[in-house]
Design a protein around this ligand. Structure first.
Ligand code: NAD
Length: 371
C-alpha cells in the first residue's frame, strides 16, 4: 500500500482553523482507506512564517514542498502584516510555491450543492446540480509578460504597459490538462479567448485546435469568445463542463462561475505542475479560494468546507482515489442536506454551527458512507 507525503501549510487566520478540520479527515482515511496511507508534516507560511523567521516561506519549508506528494494550503495574510516589506509579505510565500513548483494549471470547480441552490443569485433551476471545472493558465499571460511598467512621458503624463504573452508550449500543456480532465467528466471542453481582437487569442485558438486534433479527438471541443463565455455563465451555466482559458480571463471567469454557487467558504481549488516524464506524478498544491478572513479568525466561525473539499481534490487529482474523493463530496452534501450551516451560508430555518461542529458532522457522514 503506498504512503503519500502531505505538507500542511495552515498559514494565517482561519487557515489554521480549517486545516485542523482537514487533519481530522486525513486521520479518518488513514484509519479506513484500504488503498493508501498519508504521512503529514506541517510548516509555517505567510505572516506566521514572517513572525518567526522574517520571511514568508523558509528554504526548508520550500524543500519540504518540493519533496511532498501534495501541499495542502490554508490561507495567508492579515492586517498585522500590511506594513511588512513587499518581498516578504505573506502572499510572497504562496507566489514562491506556485513559481518553484511550476504550478501552471489552476483548477477551479464550481459545484452547486442542491441544499444551497436557493442561496445563489441565479434561479434554482439554472444552478441546481451545476458542476463546471474552469482550467486557468496560472504562470503566463499578462500578469507576467514583459515589459510591465509605468513610464513618465515627456509631457508629464504616464503610460502603463502590461504585456500579454503566450507560447505554443504554454498553451498546449494547459489544453492537455483540460482534455484529460474532460475525459473523466462529461467529455466536453470550451476554450475561451479573444481571437477577434488579440494575437494571443489567435495563437491560443490555433494551438488548442491542433492539440485537440493530435491528442484528444475523442473529446468535444468548442471555441468561445471570453466575453460571450462570461455572459453564458450567468445565462445558462449548465451548458459547460470544462472551460480552459488564459490567466487573466481565467481569473475573472472562475470567480464569476464560483459565485453562482454560493459562498467563498465553499470553494476549493487545485494548482498542478507538469507531469514527471518518468513517474507521471505532478507537483500539486490544494487550497481554498478564500483568504485568511481576519474579521472572523480565531472565533470558531469559519466554514471548513472549502478546505476539506480541496483535500478531496487532492484525493482525486494527486492520488487517483476517486472513490474516496466522491465520499468527501457526498459527506459534504449530506451534511448540508441535514440543515447544518456555518454563519457564511446560514439560511432561515437552518441550524448554525461553528467550524469544528461542521467538521464533526462531515466526519460522521463520512463514517456512515464508508460503512
Ligand atoms: P477573505 O476571503 O479572507 O474574506 C472575505 C470575506 O469572506 C470575509 O468577510 C470573510 O469573513 C468571509 N469568508 C472567507 N472565507 C470564509 C470561510 N471559510 N468561512 C466563513 N467566512 C469566510 O478575503 P479578504 O477579506 O479580502 O482578505 C483577508 C486577507 O486574506 C488579506 O490579507 C488578503 O490578502 C488575504 N487573502 C489571502 C488569500 C490566500 O491565502 N490565497 C486569498 C485571498 C485573500
Amino acid at each position: 500500500m503506498p504512503t503519500y507525503r502531505l505538507l500542511l501549510l495552515p498559514g494565517d487566520g482561519i487557515g489554521v482553523e480549517t486545516i485542523a478540520e482537514v487533519e481530522r479527515v486525513i486521520a479518518f482515511f488513514n484509519k479506513t482507506a484500504k488503498g493508501a496511507k498519508f504521512e503529514t508534516e506541517t510548516d509555517l507560511v505567510g505572516g506566521a512564517a514572517f513572525d518567526k523567521h522574517g520571511v514568508a516561506l523558509t528554504d526548508e519549508a520550500m524543500a519540504k514542498a518540493q519533496g511532498a506528494d501534495a501541499v495542502i494550503f490554508g490561507a495567508v495574510g492579515g492586517p498585522k502584516w500590511d506594513q511588512v516589506p513587499y518581498a516578504v509579505r505573506p502572499e510572497a510565500g504562496l507566489l514562491a510555491l506556485r513559481k518553484h513548483l511550476g504550478l501552471f494549471a489552476n483548477l477551479r470547480p464550481a459545484i452547486c450543492y442542491p441544499a444551497l441552490a436557493d442561496a445563489s443569485s441565479l434561479k434554482r433551476e439554472l444552478v441546481e446540480g451545476l458542476d463546471i471545472m474552469i482550467v486557468r493558465e496560472l504562470t503566463g499571460g499578462v500578469y507576467f509578460g514583459e515589459p510591465k511598467e509605468i513610464v513618465v512621458l515627456e509631457d508629464g503624463q504616464k503610460r502603463a504597459v502590461d504585456t500579454q504573452v503566450y507560447t505554443t508550449h504554454e498553451i498546449e500543456r494547459i489544453a492537455r490538462v483540460a482534455f484529460d480532465l474532460a475525459r473523466k467528466r462529461s467529455n466536453k471542453v470550451h476554450s475561451a479567448e479573444k481571437r477577434n481582437v488579440m494575437r494571443t487569442g489567435v495563437l491560443w485558438n490555433e494551438v488548442v485546435t491542433a492539440t485537440h486534433k493530435a491528442y484528444a479527438p475523442d473529446v468535444k471541443l468548442e471555441h468561445i469568445l471570453a466575453d460571450n463565455c462570461a455572459m453564458q455563465l450567468v445565462r445558462n451555466p449548465k451548458q459547460f463542463d470544462v472551460i480552459v482559458t488564459d490567466n487573466l480571463f481565467g481569473d475573472v471567469l472562475s470567480d464569476e462561475a464560483a459565485m453562482t454557487t454560493g459562498s467563498l467558504g465553499m470553494l476549493p481549488s487545485a494548482s498542478l505542475g507538469a507531469a514527471d516524464p518518468k513517474t507521471g506524478k505532478r507537483k500539486a498544491l490544494y487550497e481554498p479560494v478564500h483568504g485568511s478572513a481576519p474579521d472572523i479568525a480565531g472565533k470558531g466561525l469559519a466554514n471548513p468546507i472549502a478546505t476539506i473539499a480541496s483535500f478531496g481534490m487532492a484525493l482525486r487529482y494527486s492520488f487517483a482515489m476517486g472513490k474516496e474523493a466522491d465520499l468527501v463530496e457526498k459527506a459534504i452534501a449530506k451534511t448540508l442536506d441535514q440543515g447544518l450551516r456555518t454563519a457564511d451560508i446560514m439560511q432561515p430555518g437552518m441550524r448554525q454551527v461553528g467550524t469544528s461542529e461542521m467538521g464533526s458532522a462531515i466526519l460522521k457522514e463520512l463514517g456512515k458512507l464508508a460503512g
